[in-house]
Design a protein. Sequence first.
Length: 558
Amino acid sequence: MIAGIDKAKTGIEGFDDITMGGLPQGRPTLVCGSAGCGKTLFASTFLVNGAREGEPGVFVTFEERPRDIVANVASLGFELDALIEQGLVAIEHIAIEPSELAEVGDYDLEGLFLRLELAIDEVGAKRIVLDTIESLFSAFQNPAIRRAEIRRLFDWLKEKGLTAVITGERGDGTLTRQGLEEYVSDCVILLDHRVHNQISTRRMRIVKYRGTAHGTNEYPFLIGEDGFSVLPVSSLGLAHQVFEERVPSGIPDLDAMLSGGGFHRGSSVLLSGVAGAGKSSVAMCFIDAACARGERALCFSFEESSEQIARNMRSIGLDVNRWLEEGLLRCVSARPTFYSLEMHLAIMVREIARFRPSVVVLDPISAFLDSGEQLEVQAMLLRMVDYLKSHGITGIFTHLAHDQRMAKTDAGLSSLMDAWLLLLNREVNGEFNRELYLLKARGMAHSNQVREFVMSDHGIRLIEPYLGENGALTGSARRFAEAQARREESERRHQVSVLQDEVSQRRRRAEVEIEALQAQLAADDAELQRLMKAEQDYRNQAANDLAELAAGRNASKA
């Protein structure tokens, strides 16, 4: 709430955000638009939510009967009868017939003020709804009197301190038919229900809001069983939390290409490629990994139903049904032509806010290209990316390419993504082979190798391509080259084995010869030792003989 401006909360999801607190308290607000845009339902929601919060209100209708009003708001889940019984809401039906009044003459609003004052005092009203103002002033034939009475009505509401919502039909070139209400109102809200290419959408714009800042863009809004809700996603920007945590992709080989850690939580990952390249299968691997961690995942499919997705994923070993049954996975399927771009965005944001997933898949975003201009599609998807990032949700976007030359995507989102995987089918030797390119992964080291992409009932594998003389080979060419390499390797191993046997045999022969030579040397050494001993013995014997001879000669001389 901004100083100097008191605001009354409407309780309308998203609206109080873009108005920074709600409608101006104690002042009139004009809600204008063409027939069927939701003016009465907006006013009813404002009145009922106020009564629930302790601010009673009066609903003044100049066209519909009270029981019709009660039945209409029941479609939004509002039990207006209960609030009337509790004395929190009063419905005042004032029927004005211009033809009858013309017979009596001119009239003013004194009678209206008396009836309003009685209804206000009856419930102690703080809020009031006048639906619609054209019916009230249709009886005034004099334009000057009509303008004066309009000003008088607005001044009377201000004097009473009532927070008022006044609905009005859009005029030709003006916001209202009288062309005055928008000038005397403190807040003017324009509701628009447009149809483009046979697709309808509802949008809201705050034309003016005196005394306070407010969102000035057009915002998509929904009218459903949960009430009136506005989605102010166009105000999102780049102020979002950045995560260091890595989350696995569900494909171990892909995680290995990212230094083994997967993608950063809250990242936006683009999976682009031609038809049949495996984009949806990779996306479902992200979902399977998230559910296996106990986290919730939400899949928006624009081509397949949840049953068809579950059947198809069984072919690669993924049991999607168990996550659906456990409530960890939710699939929302809708053709792009069912709603406008803004309505698709509003529905997706609403489903995300309800389910609170950690991983969201949009499959494929290229389906929106026929639903609007390229800039409109890009703006819608950009707002979706910003919304997911602002909530720390990992977003997986698949994109169908129509050719193999993928320098950019038709939706123009490649530069906005944190990671980009390109899946292609290559025709080589009469067969298609899948290839995966990791074109970018912001904030993490990643492999620059092209990997062959193989899907089977055991899951998805990324095989390093065989680098041959003529480049990288995949498919049967890779298998043939690998088989030839195995044969050449086997032949080389055989040749090495034969050479090893020959060397071993020569070594054994050499060892035998060495042993024989060593034996011969040992024998020669023994013979030499024997001769040397015999020579020594001979010398010793000769010395002894000489000694005996000398001793004999000495004996003869004596």
